[in-house]
Design a protein around this ligand. Structure first.
Ligand code: CTP
Length: 397
């Protein structure tokens, strides 16, 4: 997504400037062309050579340098930017931008650009809470449409603890990707089920499966970036859900079904990425079952669960199922799609080591109810999710 994107990174004078060096690295690694502008105060914290080396581009530091203005002047940078990111955005820089005071390399570029503006504030907690700072941020949001990556709460370099620590570079990168994503699902409500379910036998034992929820999480991130309002119905997982997504945590297949019943009526699009247990124990013991009582053998009686995907047959939403297959992937997916009455099904070959359960990468084919197939290239689950969203968004009426 960031391949070839022109990003101007404005660095202003805060201790978090050191994190912006890593942000530059992440952006370059993702394929972006990064040009850095620095205020004088920023150069007290970190040298221009660091950004020059990491970005591979000259760094704009001086409005009065004839050479810099000729080569990488503020208008040149402002015009070529696809996005201007100010990180760290100090209280001073935020005030300058909110009042239109173009008096340093960063504020000059940010005010002269017509590209979207993203700010990652960093300051002392009391400066952050000061009504003047909050008013300036609200002006930038409402008047300029600036997006703000909220600072984290924690220990601050000024020895205070509170809100004001610049968001981590990975989080800023994710906000940049979101800001540059085409709004393919703007105004759409998307429900995603993800992760495994757990079917409890007693308070300490359960039956489950190998799903980690990575694919569903990646879909939630991609759908949210594409402008959708996302509800994620999430089985037990170690993963952190993406920001901005409504999460309903569930345990069993039955919980997942109940949660789905509550939200599916208002969905435009449903992705059933969860690995729902097909069978659940018929009995649940309220107290831990003791080995002494169970003896040398323990037979379980399992009962088939409701097929949540098949239940959505008459839903007005566009329903995308998932098919975990180990043989005849496309043929099995086609018959599963017809049997469960979904609009499309994403089939993965879970016998591959580099795809399906637990893997960070995936290889899928999307099979539509009309028989058309889209072969999604092998890639990270994030890239595969972006491709799935692109295809499916095109099929929504
Ligand atoms: N699914 C569901 N409810 C279930 C079982 C599965 O909603 N009780 C959904 C999954 O979320 C997925 C799809 O059905 O979207 C296919 O799941 P999969 O495990 O591949 O299929 P099964 O129904 O288990 O069929 P089979 O055992 O024949 O492979």
């Amino acid at each position: 997504m960031l391949r070839g994107a022109n990003i101007v990174l404005g660095v202003s004078g805060g201790i978090a400037a050191y994190k912006s060096a890593y942000l530059t690295r992440l952006l370059v690694k993702a394929g972006a062309n990064v040009s850095v502008a620095m205020t004088e105060a920023a150069q007290e914290f970190i040298g221009r050579a660091t950004f020059q080396a990491l970005s591979g581009n000259p760094v704009f530091t001086n409005l009065w340098s004839a050479r810099q203005e000729a080569d990488i002047g503020h208008i040149t940078l402002a015009d070529k930017a696809g996005l201007v990111v100010v990180a760290p955005a100090t209280a001073t820089t935020i005030a300058r931008l909110a009042t239109g005071a173009a008096c340093d390399p960063v504020s000059c570029v940010a005010l002269a650009t017509t590209a979207p503006l993203l700010l990652a504030p960093s300051m002392n907690v009391n400066m952050w809470n000061n009504p003047v700072t909050q008013r300036n941020l609200s002006t930038l949001r409402s008047v300029c449409g600036a997006q703000i990556v909220e600072p984290d709460v924690g220990y601050l370099a000024c020895n205070w603890t509170g809100k004001g620590r610049m968001a981590e570079p990975e989080q800023i990168l994710s906000a940049i990707e979101a800001a540059l994503s085409p709004n393919l699902l703007a105004g759409k409500k998307v429900v995603i089920t993800a992760g495994p379910t757990r079917e409890m036998l007693d308070p300490v034992r359960f039956l489950s499966n190998r799903s980690t929820g990575k694919m569903g999480m990646a879909l939630a991130t991609a759908a949210s970036r594409s402008g959708a309002a996302v509800t994620l119905i999430l089985g037990p997982t170690q993963l952190q859900p993406p920001p901005g997504v409504e999460v309903i945590s569930v345990v069993s297949a039955r919980d997942m079904g109940d949660a789905l019943d509550k939200v599916v009526g208002r969905a435009d699009l449903v992705f059933k990425a969860a690995a729902v247990a097909d069978y659940a124990p018929e009995d649940f013991a309220m107290q831990k079952l003791k080995k002494g009582e169970l003896g040398g053998e323990w037979s379980l009686k399992l009962r088939q669960t409701t097929d949540l995907l098949a239940k959505l047959k008459d839903s007005s939403a566009f329903v995308v199922g998932f098919a975990a297959e180990t043989t005849d992937v496309v043929a099995n997916a086609k018959s599963k799609c017809a049997r469960k009455g979904c609009d499309a099904i994403v089939a993965n070959d879970v016998s591959r080591k580099d795809a399906g359960f637990e893997s960070d990468t995936n290889k899928v084919v999307i099979v539509r109810a009309n028989g058309d197939c889209v072969d999604v290239p092998f890639g990270s689950k994030a890239d595969v999710a972006t491709n799935i969203i692109e295809s499916v968004a095109g099929w929504l009426s």
